[in-house]
Design a protein around this ligand. Structure first.
Ligand code: ATP
Ligand code: MG
Length: 376
């Protein structure tokens, strides 16, 4: 696989300088599953300053681990100095056996926890489940996430630990929850993952999320795609919770841009439930947001426009943004000799609506006349 060949360039560079270096964790798991990896992690005996000196393009991460991001052929690699004092120790500190494998530059597997066997048996297992899950309770949510992505069964001992310890998930940082939740949400075996959340009562303990059995059952019936955008996922989540704005996402510390984008879709969605698209509602919503809304409607089993139908309406709207309007606030001031004030905003909006609804041509003289008549 090309991804691994490229990562091997980094291993070779480190090896040539006498450092140990291995691809580890999810990338090895995905390689053995013949799946493309979201990201590639490398561990090495080299120290961060040594890593930085060997690669021209690097970024130092400010995390608890000693990680340097290396950029090579426009891919990013997280290169981390061994957490413990050896590879073995590093691997045993990981969450699940299937995530505890390493591979050297020649493709030899280093697998002290028997991860390959569990991978073949489609099994999620931790070597020491009590310690692993209680040391970092997010790992319990990661178990559900991997159930969702891979459809693997959860080992009985691990399951018991989750059943009796889920409440400590409360202490986990919401930013970490949001990332795992999205992956869980998009997984093709989401139904099994939601079952696990319900059966273990884990859903009651996930900080930042508002979940109950009804919400989980509704979500599990939706045909969400693995490649769904984050904004569509969060909008669907809000809709299933039946909220009319995205404030609920603030407790997950999501970016304000994302929350604004979700809000646009929620506002448009509720507008759309009341009426079909008109020139004006589509113009205000914009085509991309409207396409997402129609797509979300189809996910929710509601009648939806096709993308091409929306494009047809959009194509017939004379302008697609305020900047295409043939007059500006300056034109209005020149024309009227009035003082600047809120009336400008009001008139520009009126002109915009007139153009969008085909009541006036998008032409300066026509618009100024039309506004003149409107003032009387
Ligand atoms: P993805 O496919 O989403 O990248 P991943 O398993 O690679 O999944 P990452 O967050 O990229 O997840 O982490 C990389 C590796 O680091 C994991 O495979 C695992 O070995 C280890 N890891 C990540 N998070 C934890 C954790 N909370 N506790 C223990 N080990 C972890
Ligand atoms: Mg990864």
């Amino acid at each position: 696989m090309k991804q691994m060949e490229e990562a091997n360039e980094i291993l070779s560079t480190l090896n040539k300088e006498g450092f140990h270096a291995y691809i580890v964790g999810g990338a090895v798991r995905d390689f053995l599953l013949n799946r493309r990896s979201a990201d590639i992690d490398i561990v090495t005996s080299a120290q961060p300053d040594e890593i930085r000196s060997l690669f021209p393009k690097t970024i130092q991460m400010n995390t608890e681990h000693q990680t340097v991001i290396v950029r090579l052929n426009s891919q990013l690699y997280e290169v981390t100095t061994f957490r413990g004092d050896s590879l073995q120790q590093d691997l045993f500190e990981r969450d699940l056996t299937i995530n505890s494998m390493a591979m050297d530059v020649e493709g030899n597997l280093i697998d002290p926890a028997n991860g390959e066997k569990d991978l073949q048996g489609r099994y999620l297992r931790s070597v020491d489940p009590v310690k692993t899950m209680t040391d970092d309770p997010l790992r319990m949510l990661r178990v559900a996430r991997f159930v969702s992505e891979l459809g693997f069964a959860v080992d009985e001992d691990l399951m018991k630990v989750i059943y009796s310890n889920h409440s400590i998930l409360h202490s986990v940082a919401v930013e970490r929850v949001a990332k795992e939740w999205l992956k869980l949400f998009k997984g093709i075996h989401r139904q099994s993952a939601f079952k696990l959340l319900i059966n273990s009562s884990m859903y009651e303990s996930i900080p930042g999320l508002t979940l109950d059995k009804d919400v989980l059952n509704k979500l599990s019936r939706l045909d969400i795609d693995q490649d769904e955008t984050d904004v569509v996922c969060w909008t669907v989540y809000c809709l299933v919770l039946n909220v009319d704005n995205a404030n609920i996402l603030k407790c997950l510390a999501l970016s304000s841009q994302l929350i604004r984008d979700v809000n646009k879709r929620l506002v448009g969605y509720w507008l759309r439930t009341e009426q079909l698209w008109t020139n004006l509602s589509l113009y205000d919503t914009t085509i991309q947001v409207a396409k997402d809304i129609e797509y979300i409607r189809s996910l929710l089993g509601e009648a939806a426009y096709k993308g091409t139908e929306l494009e047809q309406i959009w194509g017939l709207i004379p302008i697609h943004s305020r900047s295409e309007l043939a007059i500006t606030g300056r034109d209005l001031l020149n024309e009227t000799n009035k003082q600047s004030g809120p009336w400008i905003k009001d008139e520009l909006r009126a002109a915009e609506e007139a153009v969008v609804t085909n009541n006036c041509e998008n032409e300066k003289e026509c618009l100024l006349e039309w506004l003149e008549r409107r003032r009387k």
